[in-house]
Design a protein around this ligand. Structure first.
Ligand SMILES: NC(=O)c1ccc[n+]([C@@H]2O[C@H](COP(=O)([O-])OP(=O)(O)OC[C@H]3O[C@@H](n4cnc5c(N)ncnc54)[C@H](OP(=O)(O)O)[C@@H]3O)[C@@H](O)[C@H]2O)c1
Length: 635
């Protein structure tokens, strides 16, 4: 292995390419000895301003200089080794005042198309990305290299389907949801207050988070990693004043009236503050319907990234690019970043790019399916490279894309389409792309595609690519990621002209029950405003009866009746998969009246319903609040 030590950045490079060896007059100096690499470091110190390193005369033919000439550029390459050629080597020392003929002679290189190389720009590039030299890091690196390779960490395994979190899993609806999800073989985690109760009810092996949604400090972010979908059946606890059986039989039967009271935490704490805490705990993993902006305008603020040019100057080329902000260059006059430059194949170069410095905190994009770039095309084909390692010289997960000349367009690059590329070669044994750990981005215009292929739309000369945003997106059709079990009646307590005698107890006793429905509605509002793709299911009175009766779905919060908890559990799970249910709020009851018990023949169970038949008639934006908003009443 060859080693390169640059400005504070320490990079290893693979064994010298056989393509190179014959072209280097002093090829024998390119040995595997680390001492040669440290010369590379000295060289860079020199280039930053001190005339010589450690009192040495900066002699053109000193051997250490020539060895470093070879080492320096290589780690910056995105190109295949075969593309590093004679002129590259020749042009690594123009800043020292040698004529190109002299340099060519010295290195024994015969080049075809040659231009002066800007060594200063090369150093600036190093400095931008790698920062100032760091002697401690250098020592650490040398020790590490001499003591053998560091044990490689296994790549973190990605479960693209994600985990479904069931909160309120020890409740009447929640435990049924868990049961059905498991029977479907889906990955389930539960959020419960009482571990012992949960293990007794759901089995000793249940994957659980022990937490109380009213206490944010109990919702350990680590335990929410990997959660991509949520079914929330948490509720403030209601029970009969006279008391209940240990398994809450009186509460659960749902039909016979009892005088209710709140047990434990208040509705405000559970249904509103608790909901806010729960949303905060899950929203990163669940994702936003409109995606996550990495670069561009988001909520009225411009989110920038630390871009810097990274051109073929790092391998001796003369292409040059820059990135700047145009404060009103977007299609609607919004700020826009512009990647522009002049690309040349002189000195066997042929690429320009802009790369971000490593993000201080890696972006977790596990909720999303890809990156979307909003840009104004120029008919050229570009590459987006995403890195998941903080190392400089590492695999870049890469996708090429075409643009249409003169048109603002959105280019979607699914994560599933990314190729692991290292120096323009596909790496067949690289770890899968870890979208929970995105560390840097790079946009490139290159002559080279991958694996020896060329970019079909490559032309030399000036180019310009305005990019107004880069955001992670959820692919269409978007389905609910947060399904919430609320309650019919939440908008009714303050509804003008309502005949309360015909309403269920919770509506009549809203005030006595600590404004239970009012805070359930506020909790719903938090979900609707959160940006997560959601579905809000509002059951009428819940029973322990089996699922299977015909159903009535409605919107606007008007119906009364009963429905089985088992049926609600099935509806919640079906909603997770239905784009019809996305961002909908609806009530549901069975067609069977209160007065009639509903039973099924265990030998002849009713067929599973296709809930899409119900979901597909649901409309956007109907909550029942429409009536309230005409005559608001303060809580
Ligand atoms: N009963 C009805 O007739 C009716 C009618 C319409 C709508 N609904 C609504 O339907 C939903 C589901 O009802 P259900 O009968 O399944 O409710 P449930 O049996 O009372 O279950 C409530 C669940 O929430 C959990 N919980 C309560 N506070 C919590 C907290 N601070 N942190 C974490 N978990 C907490 C409980 O945990 P523990 O096991 O630890 O107590 C329990 O698992 C509720 O929102 C309910 O209001 C009910």
């Amino acid at each position: 292995m060859q080693l390169l030590l640059t400005l504070g950045g320490i990079v290893s490079i693979p064994t010298l390419s056989p393509h190179l060896s014959p072209t280097i007059t002093r090829g024998e100096e390119i040995s595997n000895k680390i001492i040669h690499s440290s010369y590379g470091l000295m060289e860079v110190f020199h280039l930053q301003g001190s005339p010589c390193f450690a009192g040495r005369t900066c002699c053109e033919n000193s051997s250490y200089r020539q060895s470093s000439r070879y080492y320096l550029p290589k780690p910056f390459l995105q190109l295949a080794d075969g593309n590093i050629s004679k002129p590259v080597l020749r042009n690594l020392c123009p800043g020292y005042g040698l004529s190109s003929t002299c340099r060519r002679d010295r290195l024994g290189v015969k080049a075809t198309k040659q231009e002066g190389w800007d060594f200063g720009r090369f150093v600036k590039t190093l400095y931008f990305f790698q920062g100032p030299p760091n002697p401690a890091k250098l020592l650490e690196f040398i020790i590490e290299k001499l003591s053998g390779p560091a044990p490689s960490k296994p790549p973190s395994k990605m479960d693209s389907a994600g985990i479904i979190l069931v909160s309120g899993a020890t409740g009447g609806v929640g435990r049924r949801v868990v049961d059905i999800l498991r029977k479907k073989g889906l990955s389930v985690r539960v959020l419960v207050r009482n571990e012992e109760k949960a293990r007794r009810m759901l089995g000793p092996d249940v994957d659980l988070i022990v937490g109380d949604i009213t206490k944010e400090s109990t919702l350990n972010p680590e335990r929410f990693k990997g959660v991509k979908k949520v079914i929330n059946a948490v509720s403030v606890i209601v029970g009969p004043k006279e008391g209940d059986t240990p398994d809450r039989a009186k509460y659960s039967q749902g039909i016979k009236f009892f005088e209710p009271e709140i047990k434990g935490d208040s509705p405000e704490t559970v249904e509103y503050i608790g909901m806010r805490n729960l949303i905060n705990a899950v929203k990163n993993g669940v994702g936003m319907r409109n995606g996550k902006v990495l670069f561009g305008l988001a909520d009225g603020k411009f989110k920038d990234l630390p871009w810097g040019a990274l051109d073929d100057v790092v391998m001796g080329g003369v292409s040059e690019s820059s990135f700047f902000m145009n404060s009103n260059g977007g299609e609607n006059g919004e700020p826009t970043g512009v990647f522009r430059g002049v690309v040349s194949t002189a000195n066997n170069g042929g690429f320009t790019s802009i790369r971000t410095k490593n993000f201080p905190v890696a972006e977790d994009l596990s909720a999303y399916d890809g990156l979307e770039l909003r840009l104004k095309g120029d008919g050229r084909r570009y590459k987006l490279i995403i890195r998941t390692s903080r190392e400089w010289d590492t695999v870049g997960y890469t996708a090429s894309f075409n643009t249409v000349n003169g048109q603002w367009q959105s280019v979607r690059l699914p994560f599933s389409s990314l190729r692991p590329i290292f120096r323009a070669r596909t790496v067949t044994d690289s770890p899968p792309f870890d979208q929970s750990n995105v560390v840097s981005l790079q946009l490139m215009f290159s002559k080279f595609e991958y694996d020896g292929k060329l970019n079909p739309s490559f032309t030399e000369g000036p180019f310009q690519l305005p990019v107004s945003s880069i955001r992670a997106y959820i692919k269409d059709p978007i389905t609910p990621r947060f399904v919430h079990v609320s309650s019919a009646g939440v908008t009714r307590p303050d509804r003008p002209g309502l005949d309360l005698s015909k309403q269920p107890p919770a509506v009549r006793l809203n005030k006595e029950l600590g404004f239970i429905l009012t805070f359930k509605l506020k909790g719903e509002d938090l979900i609707r405003e959160s940006g997560m793709p959601y579905a809000i299911v509002r059951p009428c009175a819940l029973t322990e009866e089996p699922a299977g009766a015909d159903l009535i779905f409605d919107q606007g919060d008007n119906i009364t009746g009963k429905i089985s908890r088992e049926e609600i559990a099935r509806i919640c799970i079906a909603a997770l998969e239905s784009s019809y249910a996305c961002d909908k709020t609806f009530e549901v009851k069975s067609v069977v009246p209160f007065s009639e018990p509903f039973t099924v023949d265990p030998e002849n169970l009713p067929p599973e319903k296709d809930y899409n038949e119900y979901f597909k008639n649901l409309k956007d934006g109907i909550t029942g609040k429409e009536l309230l908003e005409r005559s608001p009443v303060a809580v």
